[in-house]
Design a protein around this ligand. Structure first.
Ligand code: MLT
Length: 387
């Protein structure tokens, strides 16, 4: 028997990265030497000392039971200490930190805890697809905020219609941004805090990429701005910072009442992050800065190489100041999906069509520098031969 899917699922487009993975695998099966610049999944290995911490904790049978709750106290303390060190932000590890099974999980679940049917969620377009998916699963309504180049790819809060604002309960912001790599500064976040207070809206800032920055220019945290904790939360991930995508560990920090709602949803749906993975997370968060500096150095070289190569091709893009994404204008007026189809077919390169991140992403495509320099050079070679 073939059972129909629930309407909420049918309202969603197929999950972008699963679809891309299918296309990539089909091309590999045909024998194509694929260069994948699609999903933002680091090719670099998780550092050994993190794996050792996992192994040690996994050997302890006390860690084999349900983890439950908002995370091990020690993990939450490590998050709080890391925030203090990195951003100068003070967090009470008891109720201002929640461990997540990856930031994606928390981003998807938050609306279930704070959104009632028909409530509006302000979602950036282009944006990480999970903001809209989580809204739909909570029976909320997404109002898309265009991220335009002329505004530095930041949402313009002043153009959101008054009737939308009346129903809005949650706004998603994201910096360093996926897919555009744009950065929000304290001035933007100050405006967001004022806006949230005025309209009684929860702010959820996705900060998964703050540690992947270039030229020594550190991105700021939303919580650095006065009043931020009164109105919002921030999501982080160990995935990109420590090459731990598959481990599924992240955290949310900030406003207690919002985190309580998220933790209550999670308490009913999952049983927390496997303790040994939390111990590995502690090892990562307590590591000297040299660990992330080494990772940044690798991406910096790749960014410089790829930016120089794309410039030679004459393509239009802003050199990313953080994150590992290049957000590039489709060079020849094709639709972003057709263009990425052509790039896959003629060059054997997986790139992500901009419209997969929302309607305002049309006209752009995204390339990720999660392959080594030799492969990036090969990719540039192939791209230079596109007709
Ligand atoms: C992306 O490619 O946009 C991200 O890697 C997806 C994710 O982090 O879930």
């Amino acid at each position: 028997m073939d059972f129909p899917q629930a309407e909420r699922l049918r309202k969603l487009p197929p999950y972008l990265f699963i679809e891309m993975d299918k296309k990539k695998k089909a091309a590999i099966e045909k024998g194509v030497d694929i260069i994948s610049l699609g999903i933002g999944d680091p090719d670099l290995a998780t550092p050994d000392f993190i794996i050792e911490a996992l192994y040690k904790a996994a050997k302890d049978k006390a860690n084999h039971q349900y983890p439950l709750g908002s995370g091990l106290p020690k993990f939450r303390e490590a998050v709080s200490a890391w925030y203090k060190r990195r951003f100068g932000v003070t967090l009470d590890s008891k109720d201002e930190v929640v461990a997540l099974i990856g930031s994606k999980e928390g981003i998807g679940h938050l609306p279930i805890g704070v959104i009632n049917p028909g409530d509006v969620v302000l979602v950036p377009s282009p944006g990480y697809p999970v903001y809209h998916a989580g809204t739909l699963f909570a029976e909320g309504v997404s109002h898309f905020m265009p991220l335009l180049e002329k505004n530095g790819f930041l949402p313009d809060l002043d153009v959101i219609p008054a009737d939308v604002l009346k129903k809005a309960k949650l706004i998603w912001t994201n910096s360093p941004n996926n897919p555009t790599s744009a950065l929000a500064g304290k001035d933007f976040y100050t405006k967001v805090v004022e806006f949230a207070k005025k309209h009684n809206i929860i702010v959820a800032n996705d900060a998964a990429y703050t540690e992947l920055y270039y030229d020594g220019k550190k991105p700021v945290s939303f919580l650095e701005v006065p009043g931020a904790k009164e109105v919002g939360v921030e999501f982080h991930s160990l995935s990109k910072t420590f090459n731990m995508t598959g481990w599924r560990i992240g955290f949310a920090v900030g406003n207690k009442s919002v985190l309580k709602a998220l933790a209550d949803v999670k308490g009913n749906l999952d049983s927390g992050v496997f303790n040994p993975i939390q111990y590995a997370g502690i090892a990562a968060l307590e590591a000297p800065d040299s660990v992330t500096e080494n990772i940044r150095k690798i991406y910096q070289e790749r960014r410089d190489l790829f930016a120089a190569g794309l410039k030679k091709l004459g393509w239009k893009f802003q050199v990313p100041q953080a994150a590992f994404y290049f957000w590039i204008k489709v060079p020849n007026g094709m639709s972003s999906a057709d263009w990425c189809g052509k790039v896959l077919e003629e060059a054997g390169i997986v790139a992500t069509p901009g419209n997969g991140f929302g309607a305002e992403g049309e006209g752009y495509f995204r390339m990720t520098i999660t392959v080594d320099k030799a492969r990036l050079e090969e990719a540039l070679q192939r791209l230079s031969k596109l007709k």
